[in-house]
Design a protein around this ligand. Structure first.
Ligand SMILES: [Ca+2]
Length: 577
């Protein structure tokens, strides 16, 4: 009798400890802004992400740490802000500044999970060895094993993958621009290929097989699946283009910089202009812009279909009841808002990204959370909901209170950053953008100093298109002062001297890594000794592993648009004297 009572009393405790561990399906989508049905976007065709939303919580105000690939992805994976990882660019690995960091997947690995991933999770070329049990599988036909002690050492095994995503590369245009013939394709393509002849379809097909294998292995898993669309170029099979009527995709209501905001906070659409066939100059002509918006939405629908295959496989394998699903886009995307395209700013459309978290059998499934949350919160959240110890020293907080009660009050604002330089505002700046439920306040602080060079303040509730900077209005002085308290200590944006390591096996810049303090003439002569001017291919040879970003820089540097970057243009950063 006594024993029975004792057992009954212990039972809830025992069952808590003996509960089956939860698996994690970690879905990363490159350059996906929340143009998704479950975010209330009427023209979106995303039935599969919408059915995922019905299983979990949609975070309506989720913000990336910095609106560009590697800094954002590093923040999710390490749970640390870019100022801590020193990853503000596409040329730095967090292990240089944080060699002993235990990443999100690594934490699961250390707790007995099998950790593996397909496609793009980290920024390509910056994969992390200690994070993963298995080599990374890429649809291009590479298995990449990164050394656990030295991230620059990659062992690559090749297999037959999908080739160029372009059916019709614009060879002549690429040649004229100084690129390698046939390598560069256009900014969009209505593809005659099938889903699986393109990289993301190949990833989904492999993921379906892997889920079956993971189920059969019977060990708890953390499985990352990285999709590369809707990143440029907008290549999707024709059927996804046909799902959308370009006339019904809204044109941004406001296509200028906000009143009272200087140009340095924006950019010149360099990434878009790096693709052949994009009309030169800005603004992008309305017809071309319409096609780009059509292509972006087609690519979202294409990726959505691949996500549907993952959800189906999870159900088929009987894994849905013990798997947490997380879906995130690495940052937002401007589709002409403020006259801007792609990411690379601190504006709302660049910083805001999709975040969906679905716990099995959740009582709050299908609800939305309106509190601002940050991508650095993903790590502590997953550790928490899976019953793992939440690491000390992480920048974010567990979002479990919101998963249990999506109406729980806001705990903290979301911080996004972006570096810029402006002679008129103090030189090298770090833009710290503080987002509360109503406001976005961006402080452009001089790097490694306390001086604030410029402030932007937008009322996102009453002016969601950010048409006017309210920072100079006296009635907002106290608000700005209170938001300023969220800035990190002076010097947080200081970069230690880099180790100069670059990935050896799959690209990377030659010699020492990017040092922002190196004079530009010295840098040119170091990278391109004896050359008076450079073709795009020559320029790329001296740049980091992200060729696409480097191509965008080439376009910017080529001030007179003759297809060459001269030493003078390089030194003056493309600005005409
Ligand atoms: Ca990205």
């Amino acid at each position: 009798m006594r024993l029975t009572i004792l057992l009954a009393a212990l039972c809830p405790l025992l069952s808590a400890f003996s509960a089956e561990p939860l698996n994690v399906l970690f879905i990363a989508v490159d350059d996906l802004r929340p143009d998704i049905g479950c975010y209330g976007v009427k023209h979106a065709k995303t039935p599969n992400i919408d059915r995922l939303a019905a299983r979990g919580i949609v975070f309506d105000k989720a913000y990336c740490a910095q609106a560009v690939c590697s800094p954002s992805r590093t923040a999710i994976l390490t749970g640390l802000r870019p100022d801590t990882t020193k990853v503000w660019d596409l040329d730095t690995h967090f292990r240089d500044a944080q060699p002993d960091c235990v990443t999100l997947p690594q934490h699961f690995r250390q707790n007995g999970y099998h950790t593996s991933a397909l496609g793009k999770i980290e920024h390509h070329g910056f994969e992390d060895g200690p994070s993963w049990t298995e080599p990374r599988w890429f649809p291009s036909g590479q298995m990449v094993k990164v050394d656990e002690k030295d991230w620059t050492k990659h062992t690559v095994t090749k297999f037959e993958g999908v080739g160029s995503e372009f059916a019709n590369p614009l060879q002549d245009v690429a040649k004229r621009k100084g690129g390698k013939a046939g390598k560069q394709g256009p900014s969009y393509e209505v593809s005659p290929k099938t889903d699986d002849q393109l990289p993301d379809g190949a990833v989904a097909a492999e993921a379906v097989k892997r889920l079956a294998a993971l189920k059969a292995a019977g060990k708890p898993f953390f499985f990352g699946v990285g999709f590369v669309k809707p990143h440029l170029p907008f290549v999707a099979p024709k059927k996804y283009w046909d799902m959308h009527d370009p006339e019904t995709i809204p044109v941004p209501a406001f296509q200028s910089y906000p009143e009272g905001t200087p140009d340095f906070v924006g950019h010149t659409n360099g990434e878009l202009h790096s693709y052949p066939g994009v009309p030169a100059g800005n603004p992008i002509p309305a017809d071309f812009a319409k096609t780009l918006r059509h292509g972006y939405n087609a690519c979202i629908s294409y990726t959505d279909a691949q996500i549907g295959r993952l959800l189906d496989a999870l159900d088929k394998e009987g894994l849905a009841d013990n798997t947490v699903i997380v879906l995130w886009g690495d940052h937002g995307w401007q589709l002409g808002e403020h006259g801007l395209w792609h990411k690379h700013t601190n504006f709302e459309f660049a910083a805001r990204a999709p975040l969906l978290i679905a716990l099995p059998k959740s009582s709050t499934a299908g609800k939305h959370c309106a509190a601002p949350v940050e991508f650095v919160d993903v790590y502590p959240t997953l550790a928490d909901v899976c019953g793992l110890k939440v690491q000390q020293g992480l920048a974010g907080m567990s979002l479990k209170p919101y998963l249990d009660n999506p109406d729980a009050p806001m705990q903290k604002p979301a911080i996004s950053i972006y570096p810029r330089s402006s002679k008129d505002h103090g030189g090298n700046l770090m833009g710290y953008s503080v987002r509360t439920e109503q406001w976005r306040c961006t402080f452009w602080r001089k790097r490694n100093a306390a001086d604030i060079g410029f402030i932007e303040l937008y009322d996102e509730q009453n002016d969601p298109n950010e048409t006017a900077n309210l920072a100079t209005k006296p009635e907002h002085a106290a608000l700005i002062e209170s938001l300023k308290k969220h800035l990190p200590p002076t010097g947080s944006d200081f970069a230690p001297k880099k180790s100069g390591k670059v990935a050896k096996a799959i690209g990377g810049s030659k010699g020492k890594a990017y040092d922002p303090n190196e004079p530009r003439d010295k840098r040119y002569d170091r990278l391109y000794p004896g050359k008076p001017k450079l073709t795009e291919a020559e320029y790329l040879a001296g740049q980091g592993s992200d060729k696409e970003e480097a191509k965008a820089r080439f376009v910017k540097l080529d001030g007179d648009k003759d297809g060459f970057v001269t030493r003078e243009e390089f030194i003056s950063s493309g600005k005409k004297k």
